[in-house]
Write a protein that binds this ligand. Structure first.
Ligand code: 57M
Length: 361
């Protein structure tokens, strides 16, 4: 909004020229989201407490989680609200990628919010099938637009960039559409699985989004993209503003979600943040890299797949003491903050390796 309002004034007042620059707007988009979420966070937690919107802890979980019973949940509404407001204030709203990400955030957020409300009322959330169906339809809509209707990427609409291999850019044809759906839905669910300890999901979300902020900026810049020999996606640079809005909103949420948490994000937060991250990776055509940059989410999801698969196959035996993997370490005697911080450290290392692939090719 500021871009549309102030930039046209630059012909008379050159100072307003700064609103043209992505870097300027990205910085203030992050600050706006952070300040808003810090201020609104206190009020929201009080409101959630007042209306008793609190967490019901599962019976079979680690014992010490029982003290978390009643912790306000659905803090993801705060993340979504501050992210959306900051994006609408600072981004160039004529850029179609901004609207795709807003669509993804609101769509996945709505599925999560509905799930949270159903859980609050009846104990069990949406069925896995219903949740997956909604997520798949949302991701399919995003995929169809990107593959068939996006003028900025016609030359590489269905090709895949492979980390570490510059020349390897296979054209997956229609298969690319299904691949996109898999990445977006997979990321949304993997973040949801990871969100089981204070700050455990939001930390790696901040780290992965920060990594993609750099990638988005470079891919949208013709000269940098040419120098690094990465796919140049016209118009993608504007997504930098969305990325910093996610980071600001998430940092503000982490202020309250850090151990011991005053609020949980709920499915409204985890499904939407995962959806946003997956969508950004797909738009900027660094989809496979997300497996590395979002490696913590992948490891957590794999631990569940392995545990559940082996549990069924062996008739009740387990590979891990408990799944997802963070519960395994808790059951092994690690204190909760230790698990959280060590997972963050791994996320940082994976992000740095991910960034290095821009040059190591
Ligand atoms: C939801 N939700 C947390 C909170 C958060 C297939 C199966 C393995 C799936 C998996 C599952 O359902 N995972 C996804 C994870 C829950 O947090 C809420 O949910 C939102 C995110 N969706 O925002 O609202 C609990 O996590 C803790 N928490 C924190 N701090 C936070 O900042 O401490 C969350 C956020 C909260 C709180 O305790 O109540 C969750 O874990 O439920 N299932 C499981 O995760 C279960 N695993 C399991 O059953 N494994 C079996 C195998 C054979 C299937 C096994 O290994 O034995 C575990 N869930 C729990 N305890 N709670 C089992 C142990």
């Amino acid at each position: 909004m500021f871009y549309h309002f102030f930039y046209p004034l630059s012909s008379d007042y050159p100072i307003f020229n700064v609103f043209r620059y992505i870097t300027f707007r990205a910085a203030y988009s992050g600050v706006t989201a952070l300040v808003l979420s810090l201020i609104l966070g206190t009020y929201m937690i009080r409101l959630l407490q007042k209306y008793q919107i609190g967490e019901k802890i599962r019976k079979h979980g680690p014992q010490h989680h029982n003290v978390k019973s009643g912790t306000p949940t659905m803090g993801g509404v705060l993340i979504l609200f501050t992210f959306l407001l900051s994006t609408l204030l600072w981004a160039n709203l004529s850029n179609s990628y901004i609207w795709i990400i807003i669509f993804s955030a609101v769509g996945f957020g709505a599925v999560g919010l509905y799930d949270d409300i159903v859980k609050l009322k009846s104990g069990d959330g949406l069925s896995v099938k219903a949740k997956l169906l909604c997520q798949t339809l949302l991701a399919l809509a995003i995929g169809i637009y990107l593959v068939y209707f996006d003028p900025s990427r016609t030359e590489y609409a269905t090709t895949l960039s492979v980390p570490f291999f510059k020349q390897l850019q296979p054209d997956l044809g229609i298969g690319y559409l299904f691949f996109i759906v898999f990445i977006i839905v997979g990321t949304s669910n993997a973040v949801n699985l990871t969100d089981g300890l204070d700050g455990l999901a939001i930390g790696p979300i901040i780290i992965a989004t920060l990594t993609y902020t750099g990638i988005v900026y470079l891919s949208g810049h013709f000269k940098f993209a040419e120098y690094l020999d990465i796919q140049h996606i016209r118009e993608a640079g504007e997504m930098t503003i969305v990325c910093t809005a996610v980071i600001g909103a998430s940092l503000g949420f982490l202020w309250y979600n850090s151990y011991p948490a005053q609020v949980f994000m709920g499915d409204v937060g985890s499904l939407s943040l995962g959806g946003i991250l997956g969508t950004i990776a797909v738009i900027v055509k660094h989809e496979l890299l997300l497996i590395l940059v979002g490696g913590i989410f992948v490891i957590e999801a794999l631990s569940v797949i392995i545990q559940v698969g082996y549990f069924k196959y062996s008739g009740g035996k387990r590979v891990f003491k408990m799944a997802p993997l963070h519960h395994h370490f808790e059951q092994s005697g690690w204190a909760e903050p230790k698990v959280i911080v060590r997972f963050w450290i791994i996320a940082v290392v994976l992000a740095m390796i991910g960034l290095s692939t821009l040059k190591l090719r």
